[in-house]
Write a new protein. Structure first.
Length: 254
């Protein structure tokens, strides 16, 4: 058998995972990092290398996703600036910490907190609170989300999107803004990982995630624009609760 075709067969599952994860991420503002990172770690990739690989992929997928959200007018540019700058600072610090220190100790506490936020969003969607308001706590969320995203292998979307929604921010523009700001975060994190770990973390699995993610990126922005706010809120709550509970189970079991 042709070695090239063998490599293609092995890469296809990662392409499928990248595609599915990015559709969810683009539409709901979270899950690409969590899904992809969990997959790589389950296959035996070290946490720092997995996070480095996923963030290198997200540099490209978030660029395409951010452009798509901007085209569909899903971005609040004032909120974007308030998130992006502290997010980049937190991301660089988190990448350095993960490359040099084990940050897994606090992970169960963060996941328990996110599970609670997910349940709160489900209750809010069920009560159908349609009124939106400008979120007040933004910059600390950006910093914390950026740090946890790098140090924990995923966290920007779950932390930032869910907390902004919990404060009453409009789902469509919140998701679009968080996705667009994420490009600058992932670029910074990837660059930091490269300085600390070199290029050894980038494998065929990373290439598969990249291909699938880029192909899917435009579709998420279209869904975020067309799906009703109550449905978006419900889906975010479900995804956040399930992924956080799964991560919490893995962290406690491990």
């Amino acid at each position: 058998m042709d070695p090239t075709s063998t490599e293609l067969i092995h890469i296809l599952p990662f392409v499928a995972v990248g595609f599915a994860a990015q559709v969810v991420d683009g539409a709901l503002g979270m899950a690409f990092g969590v899904i992809s990172n969990t997959l790589l770690i389950s296959l035996g990739v070290p946490p720092a290398a997995a996070s480095a690989g996923v963030h290198s992929v997200e540099t490209f997928t978030t660029a395409v996703s951010g452009i798509s959200h901007a085209v569909h007018r899903n971005v609040n540019w004032r909120l974007f600036l308030r998130l992006m700058i502290p997010g980049v600072i937190g991301g660089a610090l988190g990448a350095y910490v993960l490359s040099n220190i084990d940050a897994a100790v606090v992970k169960p506490f963060i996941l328990a907190y996110l599970t609670g936020i997910g349940i709160y969003l489900l209750i809010r969607a069920w009560r159908h609170k349609a009124a939106t308001r400008e979120p007040k706590i933004v910059e600390p969320l950006g910093f914390l989300g950026g740090f946890l995203d790098a140090a924990g292998g995923g966290g920007w979307g779950p932390v930032v999107t869910s907390n902004l929604l919990a404060q009453g921010a409009a789902p469509r523009t919140t998701i679009g803004t968080v996705n667009t700001a994420e490009f600058f975060l992932t670029t910074t994190i990837s660059a930091t990982f490269i300085t600390q770990l070199g290029w050894g973390a980038f494998t065929m699995a990373t290439v598969g995630l990249l291909i699938g993610g880029i192909c899917a990126a435009p579709f998420g922005a279209m869904l975020a624009k067309r799906v009703p706010a109550r449905t978006l809120l419900t889906l975010v709550g479900v995804i956040l609760t399930l992924t956080s509970l799964w991560g919490l189970y893995q962290a406690v079991k491990g």
